[in-house]
Structure formats: structure tokens, C-alpha cells
Design a protein around this ligand. Sequence first.
Ligand code: FE
Ligand code: FE
Length: 272
Amino acid sequence: METAKKEFRNYDKLDVDAAVRQHYKKMRQRQTLAYVQRMKKKYLTYNKPMNLWDAMEKLDALIDVSDPDLDLPNVQHLIQSAEAIRADNRPDWMQLVGLIHDLGKIMYLRGCDEDGTSQAEQWGLVGDIFVVGCALPDTCVYPEFNALNSDMQNPRYNTPLGIYEPACGLDNLTLAWGHDEYLYQVLSHHKDNNIPKAGMVMIRYHSFYPWHTGGSYSELLSDQDAQYKEWVNDFNRYDLYTKSNKVYKLEDIKDYYLPIAEKYLGKGPVYW
Ligand code: FE
Ligand code: FE
């Protein structure tokens, strides 16, 4: 595992796609507190019904530009994560979380270039996230772009605490907008959702690398966030180290996963 690990998420390798760097430059520049508040208003409407499996099929068309490790449609990454969790005999709800954790990327279906939520512009959709409304830590990938964020010129936002109370806890922070928060909110508003708390935390914070891997934001964390970190890091190894070029067919895994999805999310549509 050790040698395998080093081959993943290596943003310094010489052949790193310039698009990844460009993606993070735009993301760091444009994800301000005001932007995130605007996106929440715009995208958290819960008025577009779509079945879970239809949403999975829609993701078959999207390739995540921020991921230096994968150039397959995103649904392949979801299946690979779920299958790795299943192979380790982890609980069925965690297998489901593996299968759906990136499903919020279907935001691109109603997205646009200006918001960074389209196929062409993904800086409001994918990538490692950070807290808005306080100082950007140098544990962010490409920290040289931190200074480009206009909030860092604002004395209310550019301190370690920014707009937040000390030890207010993760759930009270506003994070950069993307697929994690979108899916978390959609599922939180889904009346038949029985995914355990740990699974919901995995969904909401899996892209929050400066916290779960970088160890930043200690002044903002509450006691329960240590438990959150255990959950997210437990999940993260399946998100990160299971990427391969093995290609699955959604149809082939449906018989196994659909009953689990129905157990935790019911049979009706999810309102996106
Ligand atoms: Fe993700
Ligand atoms: Fe993922």
C-alpha cells in the first residue's frame, strides 16, 4: 500500500495536467463567501425529482477535471469506491455512501460556466474545498493561489477566525461550494433518508482536505469534530486509493446496490 499510495494525488509530478492547476486557480480566486451564499440560494431548491439510479447514469457523462488520478467518467470512480468498501466487508450503508458520495456532481446538469458548475468550468463543482469567511491556510493545494481570493483583502475575513466563533464546529462553517455540500443538503432534505450520521459526514466533508489531511482550522473545531475526522479519514482511503482503469457497467452492479439504496433512501425520487 505504501508505494501504491505515493502514486496517487501527486500534484507535483512533471506531467500534471495544466488544467488541474488552472482549475484550482479559478476555484481559489472565485470561491468567496458572497459567491457561496449565492450558489446555496440558487442550487438548493429541492424541486427537481430524479431517481437515484437515473442520477448515476447522468454522471456517466462527466469527467472530473480536478482529479489528477482519473480520466474515466465519474460514475466509474463511484463504483470502484463502493466495490472496495464491499470487498472489505464494511457495512452496507458505507458501501452505498461509496457509490453515491460524488453524485452531487450532477449539479452540472443545471449548471453554467459563470458559476463554475458546468462540464467546461468545474471550479464550483469539484476539487478540494476550504472554509470561506476566514483566512485560507497554506495546506490548500496550490497555496500560491490563496492571495488571489478577494476575501483575503477584507479584514473581516482574512484572519484565522474570520466571521466565526472559536470552536464553533465544522457544521457551523461555510465551505467552498461544490458537490459535497450539494449532495449533503439534498439528502438531508430527503424525507426517506436513513443513512447513518457517519455516512452523512463522509458525504459532506470528503473533499475538505485542508482539514482532514492538512490538519488546519484547529481554532474552529469543536469536540465532536475529532469523531468526524475519524469517519472521514476512514472513508477517504476508499475515495482515494481505489482508482483504477477497471471499467464497470452500471447495469451489472444494480442488482446488488439498488436494494441497499432503497433500504436507506426509499424507492421514490430524490428532489435535487
Ligand atoms: Fe468527491
Ligand atoms: Fe470521490
